[in-house]
Design a protein around this ligand. Structure first.
Ligand code: PLP
Length: 401
């Protein structure tokens, strides 16, 4: 039996396939672990039950909201992949963030977060946490002096995303880690956009990594899941809070996530290879006003991305020439590239923030402008289809503008 933990000597491709497969070491030696579709677990004797409950039998299971063998297998895979002690799975990325923040922050504590956050996270930090008596400062985390100036005696946590949605603004991780360590503050990053293949936050010194596993980790756009990854002492607190808030992932979805992750490395690299070709095609296209792609040196975050990531990834954003009407004609004209929010799946997805995630209903025109979101801005998550087909689809949609 291969044990793959954070000290493994295996590459990430091998880890995604072989880590977290303890479940296959059952009586019948299946090559693939069975899925434990069970809400509760029997105790062979009273003594067994007692040992599981008091922790002397750490391998035992009791009730599905606390733990399940399929969940544990996928958590082991995620921990090994990120190079951490432990991972804790949730029924969504938002359940993961809500559980993480409320596990560490209490009334009277102060938290610093970057001002550009995923919509649900932004709402959690500006409504839910303040309602609980937690003091929240949102600021530009890419400006380390601003972060330094915001630190108070009761600052417990710094939370940010990098790169941020949708303009792929970069936040430098190392200076935040250094500052936080000086002040004994925990750091957490939402690392969804790059995946563990392209960004290794724990190796830079971040304490806690969060992913919406809905995106690249699962990669097949067929489930919602989230994960928190880090040191055992921190994950014990997160797991306890998961028991209380109840945001557990379902076993079948944990199985599908583990299955999806087996191809994470080849998917991420294939999508990135396609994205570089698509970006080259778009860069000088007459219909494009401006392209934002981390792989090109005209992106303000390019240099930092080269240092912080092992590749530019497969997300890009572009502003079209013309009006909202032109943008709508272009998006409606696409045949293969799918109009949808979300990202990181095998299929190319395009989103038009001005009519969806950042519409007048969701975001004020001032905030939209501050975030650089114009009426013709598009976010493209490049998939792993044949790249010629992606480019052809874009070309025929441009012709309809
Ligand atoms: C999707 C997403 C989330 C939320 O995750 P869900 O799985 O949808 O709950 C959080 N952060 C980022 C960057 C995301 O893209």
């Amino acid at each position: 039996m291969i044990i793959m933990d954070k000290n493994h000597k295996y590459g990430l491709g091998s880890v995604t396939i072989h880590a977290g497969t303890e479940g296959k070491h059952s009586t019948h030696h299946p090559v693939n672990a069975p899925v434990y579709l069970s809400s509760t677990f029997a105790f062979p004797t009273v003594a067994h039950g007692a040992a599981i409950f008091d922790g002397t039998d750490p391998k035992g299971f009791t009730y599905g909201r606390l733990a399940n063998p399929t969940i544990v297998d996928t958590e082991h895979k995620l921990a090994a992949l990120e190079g951490a002690d432990e991972a804790v799975l949730f029924g969504s990325g938002m359940a993961a963030i809500a559980t993480l923040t409320t596990a560490f922050l209490h009334a009277g504590d102060h938290v610093i977060a970057d001002h550009t956050l995923y919509g649900g996270t932004h709402s959690l930090f500006t409504h839910t946490l303040p309602h609980m008596g937690i003091d929240v400062t949102l600021l530009d985390a890419s400006n380390i002096d601003e972060v330094k100036a915001a630190i108070k005696d009761n600052t417990k946590f710094i939370y940010f995303e990098s790169p941020t949605n949708p303009t792929l603004r970069m936040v430098a991780i190392a200076p935040i880690v250094e500052l936080a360590k000086e002040h004994n503050i925990l750091t957490a990053i939402d690392s969804t956009f790059m995946s563990p293949i392209l960004l290794r936050p724990l190796e830079i010194g971040i304490d806690i990594v969060m992913h919406s596993a809905t995106k690249f980790l699962n990669g097949h756009s067929d489930l919602i899941a989230g994960v928190i990854i880090g040191k055992k002492e921190h994950m014990d607190m997160v797991r306890m809070q998961r028991v209380h808030l109840g945001g557990m992932l379902a076993p079948m979805d944990a199985y599908l996530l583990g299955r999806g992750m087996k191809t994470l490395k080849i998917r991420v690299l294939a999508a990135q290879k396609n994205a570089i070709k698509v970006a080259k095609y778009l860069k000088n296209h007459p219909k494009i006003k401006k392209l934002l792609f981390l792989g090109f040196d005209d992106h303000p975050g390019h240099e930092l991305s080269m240092k912080q990531h092992s590749g530019p990834g497969s997300m890009m954003t572009f502003h079209l020439h013309g009006t909202l009407d032109d943008a709508v004609k272009f998006v409606n004209g696409l045949e293969m590239i799918t109009r949808a929010v979300s990202l990181g799946g095998v299929e190319s997805l395009i989103s038009h923030p001005a009519s969806t995630t950042h519409s007048d209903l969701a975001v004020s025109p001032e905030d939209r402008e501050k975030a650089g979101i114009t009426d013709t801005l598009m976010r493209l998550s490049v998939g792993i289809e044949d790249v010629e087909d992606i480019i052809h689809d874009l070309e025929q949609a441009f012709d309809q503008m």
